[in-house]
Design a protein around this ligand. Structure first.
Ligand code: ARG
Length: 473
C-alpha cells in the first residue's frame, strides 16, 4: 500500500469511498513535469543554503530526473485509488529510486505552496503554447484574406444585408479579436510570475531557505510577497479561464459565421472533407460538425469559469481542500482552447472560397443605400435630409418591385434634386469599397496594408515566442 505524506498520527486507513472521493492523481498527474522541476529547484536551494549536503543535492536531482522519465512512461490507471496525488507519487517513486535520502525532499515546504507553484508553472507553459496557436490561427485567416484579396461580400448587421465589404476585411476583424486574446494570454504571465514556494503551509518557514533563488531557478520574476496570499489565492486560475472563455467566445462567433457561409443559402465557402461529417440517414449531407462543436463546447469553457469562481467565493484564508477542485476546470479549459484553436486553424486553412457565390450575393442593390446617402451628403445635403430622401427612395423601389439599380435618374431626382447623372455609377461593388476613406474601413488599400502589417507582425511574434526562455514542463 502507498505511504501517505501525513499518516503518522492516524490509526486507521481512509475509507475506500473517501479515497475515491478525494484522491486527485487522475487529474493532477498533468502536473508531473512541473512538480518534478519545482522539486529540482527546491533541492538545489536546500543544497545552496546548506540544509542538505552538496553530494545529497546531486543524488536527489539525478534521482528526480530519473523518476521523471519513469513516471512519464508509467500507466497510472492502476494507481488512482492507491496514491493520493502527484506529489505523493513523486515522493514515493523517489524513495524507491534513491532510498531514504528522498525523505529530505519535503524539507521546508508543504503541498500547499508546492501545488500553487506547480500550477502556476503549468499555466505559464500552456500560455506559451496557446499564444503560438493563436498566431497560427491568425496566419490561417491572413492566408485566406490574401488569397481572396479582391473578393467582396455583403456585410451584415442583424443578419440583414448592410454594406459591401471585402471578405478579407471580415476575416481581419477576427485577426484583431484574436490579437486581444493573445495579449490577454500573454499578460497573465506577468501576474503568474510570483513564486509561492517557501510559503510553507501558510506561515512561511523557520528554516533558512532562499526563496529568491528558487524563484529565479524556475523562471519566476520574484517570490510572492505574502505567504498566506500565496497558498490561498487562485485568482490566476480564474483569470486564465476567463481569458479562455473570451477566446472561446470569439472562436464560437467565427464558427457561426463559417457555418452560415457554408450553408446552401450563402455558399460563400466550402469546408474541406477533413473537417466535415455526413449523415447516417441523408446520403447527400456534409455537415460542419467541428464548427458546431466549437460553439457547443464554448459552454464548457464558461462552465469551468463559473465552477472555479464558485469554489473560491466563500473560502476562509488560507488553504482549504475545496481548492483541489480548481485543477480539472483549469486543465480542461486549457486543453479545450488549444484543441479548438488547432481545429479552427485547420478548418480555415483548408476551406475554399466560392467567388461566384460571393459575387452573386452582391446583386442586391439595397447594399448601396448608404453609398447613396453619402453621395447626397457629399452634395452638401444635411445628413438627416439625405437619410430621409434615400429611405423614401428605397420604399419607392420596393413599391415598384424593382431595385435601386433599376431606377432611372429622373426617379432619383424625384427624391432629391442633388442627384446627378453620376449617381448611376454608384452601383459598382469595387467602387463602393474604394469610396471608404476612414481609417480601419474596408477600403482595399487599407485592407492590403493591414494584411502586410499583420503578416510581418505575426512572423516576428511567433519567432520571439519560440525563442523565449521559459521553463519547459
Ligand atoms: N491536492 C491538493 C490540491 O490540489 C494539494 C495538496 C494540499 N493538500 C492538503 N491537504 N494540504 O489542492
Amino acid at each position: 500500500m502507498s505511504q501517505k505524506l501525513w499518516g503518522a498520527r492516524f490509526k486507521e486507513d481512509l475509507h475506500p469511498a473517501a479515497k475515491c472521493f478525494s484522491y486527485s492523481l487522475a487529474t493532477d498527474y498533468a502536473l508531473l513535469s512541473s512538480d518534478v522541476k519545482v522539486s529540482m529547484a527546491h533541492v538545489s536551494m536546500l543544497g545552496k543554503v546548506g540544509l542538505i549536503s552538496k553530494q545529497d543535492t546531486k543524488k536527489m536531482i539525478r534521482g528526480l530526473w530519473q523518476i521523471l522519465a519513469i513516471l512519464k512512461r508509467k500507466d497510472i490507471s492502476a494507481l488512482m485509488l492507491e496514491v493520493e496525488d502527484i506529489h505523493t507519487l513523486i515522493q514515493e517513486t523517489l524513495e524507491k529510486k534513491i532510498g531514504k535520502l528522498a525523505k529530505k525532499l519535503h524539507t521546508a515546504r508543504s503541498r500547499n505552496d508546492l501545488v500553487a507553484t506547480s500550477t502556476r508553472l503549468y499555466v505559464i507553459n500552456k500560455s506559451k503554447a496557446l499564444a503560438l496557436r493563436i498566431t497560427q490561427l491568425q496566419s490561417a485567416l491572413l492566408r485566406q484574406a490574401e488569397k481572396n484579396e479582391k473578393v467582396l461580400v455583403p456585410g451584415y448587421t442583424h443578419l440583414q444585408h448592410a454594406q459591401i465589404v471585402l471578405l478579407a476585411h471580415h476575416l481581419l476583424a477576427y485577426v484583431e479579436m484574436f490579437r486581444r486574446d493573445f495579449e490577454r494570454v500573454i499578460s497573465i504571465r506577468e501576474r503568474l510570475s510570483e513564486c509561492p514556494l517557501g510559503s510553507g503551509a501558510l506561515a512561511g518557514s523557520g528554516l533558512p531557505i532562499d526563496r529568491a533563488y528558487v524563484a529565479k531557478l524556475l523562471g519566476f520574476k520574484r517570490p510572492s510577497a505574502n505567504s498566506m496570499d500565496a497558498v490561498s489565492d487562485r485568482d490566476f486560475v480564474i483569470e486564465t479561464i476567463s481569458h479562455l472563455a473570451i477566446l472561446m467566445m470569439h472562436a464560437s462567433r467565427l464558427s457561426e459565421d463559417l457555418i452560415l457561409w457554408n450553408s446552401s443559402e450563402f455558399r460563400f465557402v466550402t469546408l474541406s472533407d477533413q473537417y466535415s461529417t455526413g449523415s447516417s440517414l441523408m446520403p447527400h449531407k456534409k455537415n460542419p460538425d467541428m464548427l458546431e462543436l466549437i460553439k457547443g463546447r464554448t459552454g464548457e469553457a464558461y462552465g469551468h469559469l463559473m465552477s472555479v469562481l464558485t469554489t473560491m467565493k466563500g473560502l476562509p484564508l488560507t488553504y482549504n481542500r475545496d481548492m483541489q477542485a480548481d485543477k480539472k476546470p483549469l486543465f480542461e479549459a486549457l486543453d479545450l482552447a488549444e484543441l479548438t484553436l488547432e481545429v479552427l486553424t485547420g478548418v480555415i486553412g483548408t476551406m475554399d472560397v466560392n467567388k461566384e457565390a460571393c459575387q452573386q450575393a452582391l446583386q442586391d442593390s439595397f447594399l448601396y443605400a448608404t453609398d447613396l446617402l453619402e453621395y447626397l451628403v457629399g452634395q452638401k445635403v444635411a445628413f438627416r435630409d439625405a437619410h430621409d430622401a434615400v429611405g423614401r427612395l428605397v420604399q419607392y423601389a420596393l413599391d415598384s418591385h424593382t431595385h435601386l439599380s433599376g431606377l432611372k435618374l429622373v426617379d432619383f431626382q424625384k427624391f432629391s434634386p442633388k442627384f446627378k447623372k453620376d449617381v448611376l455609377d454608384i452601383f459598382e461593388p469595387q467602387a463602393s469599397v474604394a469610396r471608404k476613406v476612414s481609417s480601419g474601413s474596408t477600403n482595399p488599400k487599407m485592407v492590403k496594408a493591414s494584411i502586410t502589417k499583420w503578416k510581418k507582425q505575426i512572423k516576428q511574434t511567433s519567432a520571439k515566442l519560440r525563442k523565449s526562455r521559459q521553463f519547459h514542463a
